[in-house]
Design a protein around this ligand. Structure first.
Ligand SMILES: [Zn+2]
Length: 239
């Protein structure tokens, strides 16, 4: 009899621990940036005050915001254990193919032959460190089926086409590579390092990318981000 009682208590204790862990996971999930991103995707109209407009440029910052939307995920956000986000995600809150994407800075645009949704802009002189070259990588410019939403000026195989800051490049889409699992309509942007020989490094590796915060003059790093939609570093006085 005593043994049965003991077992029941052990089961209750385990159940309580599991419940506590689940509650903690749900709380951290919703309390991070996932909560706001889902709120925005489900009802963008109700959260238009979270939107940063395309072309917006913080004082003294070299780059302009490339598209209308809520800057929902930041540099260094963790989606999977051990994997940090190499850039920022800007959610349009519209259907695929509606919200234009513009060049955030002058450079030379390349689109590899196999790229349905991706473009990369070579910036010969990093405005913050002029002795080096950097690259601006932008993706999800295709619909869920892989129909490209990139402007026809930049067909597959396009190489080194000069683009000016503010020039239209295409539209936000939700292409993930799998039509059954589209991502929410957004633009992913990463600033990618050069290998020193004129080629861009693999943007999937976090250490190959740069913190976009100083380029946009905004709090875009998950480590230093303030609550709410990203704001200009200058305006907050928290530099
Ligand atoms: Zn992203």
């Amino acid at each position: 009899m005593k043994l049965v009682k003991k077992r029941i208590w052990i089961i209750i204790a385990i159940a309580l621990i599991v419940l506590a862990v689940l509650l903690w996971l749900a709380w951290t999930y919703l309390n991070g940036r996932n909560g706001p991103v889902w709120q925005f995707i489900l009802d963008p109209e109700a959260h238009q005050d979270w939107v940063t407009p395309a072309g917006y440029q913080c004082q003294d910052a070299p780059f302009s915001i490339p598209t209308d939307g809520f800057i929902g995920y930041l540099y260094g956000d963790v989606f999977q254990v051990g994997k940090r986000h190499q850039g920022i995600d800007i959610f349009a809150g519209t259907e695929s193919g509606v919200t234009p994407v513009y060049a955030p800075y002058d450079g030379y645009l390349t689109r590899e032959e196999s790229w349905k949704s991706t473009i990369i802009i070579r910036v010969p002189q990093d405005p913050l460190q002029p002795d080096r070259q950097i690259w601006i990588y932008m993706t999800h410019l295709a619909d869920r089926y892989g129909n490209s939403l990139i402007d026809e000026l930049f067909p597959p195989g396009a190489k080194e086409i000069p683009v000016k800051q503010g020039q239209i490049l295409g539209y936000q889409g939700d292409y993930s590579g799998n039509p059954d699992r589209p991502v929410g309509v957004h633009l992913h942007l990463s600033i990618v390092k050069d290998d020193g020989a004129g080629n861009y490094l693999n943007e999937l590796v976090f250490s190959n990318t740069l913190d976009p915060s100083p380029y946009f003059g905004m709090y875009l790093n998950a480590k230093t981000a303030l609550k709410g939609p990203p704001r200009c570093i200058r305006d907050t006085g928290v530099d």
